[in-house]
Design a protein around this ligand. Structure first.
Ligand code: GTP
Length: 235
């Protein structure tokens, strides 16, 4: 196996499947199966999930809502997704723990780094909810932060596209995918991988980010087995 411990970043929107909002149970269970396959190979899996299928703080602010208020709503949305993913994983008999950056003790454990690591060592999937617990930070930043804290080998960003392209593959058929690219090249070419806070945090800590298509069955397992799936961003 290529990795021992991964941080998987999933977008909230991905959970919508074909829907316009909310959670598609079919998509959720597909994701749970993909994750189970990786856990069965002995890989330690931590997950950060977004909340955009339920609420996005930035979108709220665009409509005149106080940004901090909107971001708090977004953080709670990630907890809802975290609970849904936890439930789907447990349906597949995968042991999980949900830890949240905002304390909602009756619902989930508070985030404690050492405890998260122990859970991972015991083969439990650890889902981190509520982002970083702070407004103005994205769940991508939360993913990088948690990955660094738990000493993950890599951040695997599951998306609906196959990787990083020179131009938008959903708008241009001739788009060319990069197999590898450096942090500096991504910035120089103006490509969008993550927001700059997340991106520079990853670069400074020499933590590679792999962007891959999470909606193709078996991709996650192939990726952790060392197959060249998606695009890897390195120093
Ligand atoms: P170890 O025994 O240390 O291996 O881990 P464990 O998670 O099994 O032990 P613990 O006794 O901490 O947790 C037992 C169960 O309670 C697990 O399902 C935890 O997720 C859950 N749990 C632990 N702390 C909290 C908390 O603060 N809030 C909530 N809601 N659940 C918690």
């Amino acid at each position: 196996m290529e990795y021992k411990r991964i941080l998987l970043k999933l977008s909230g929107e991905a959970l919508m499947g074909e829907r316009q909002y909310g959670i598609d149970p079919k998509r959720l269970s597909e994701y749970a199966k993909e994750i189970k396959e990786v856990v069965q190979k002995g890989i330690q899996v931590a997950i950060v999930i977004g909340g955009g299928n339920i609420f996005r703080g930035v979108a709220g602010a665009a409509n005149g809502m106080d940004r901090v208020q909107g971001d708090h709503m977004g953080m709670l949305a990630t907890c809802i997704n975290g609970l849904a993913l936890q439930s789907a994983l447990e349906d597949q008999d995968v042991n999980t723990r949900l830890q949240t950056a905002l304390e909602i003790k009756e619902v989930a454990e508070p985030y404690i780094k050492r405890k998260a690591i122990r859970h991972l060592e015991k083969g439990r999937v650890v889902i981190f909810g509520a982002g970083t617990g702070n407004p103005y930070f994205t769940t991508d930043t939360a993913a990088v932060l948690r990955a660094i804290e738990i000493d993950a080998d890599a951040i695997l960003k599951g998306t609906r596209v196959a990787g990083i392209f020179d131009v938008d593959p959903e708008k241009n058929k001739n788009a060319v995918k990069y197999e590898t690219i450096t942090f500096k090249e991504v910035i120089a070419k103006g490509l969008k991988v993550m927001d700059m806070t997340a991106f520079t945090l990853s670069e400074e800590n020499k933590l590679p980010i792999t962007v891959f298509d999470m909606n193709t069955n078996g991709n996650l397992l192939k990726l952790v087995s060392g197959e060249k799936i998606g695009t890897i961003v390195t120093n």
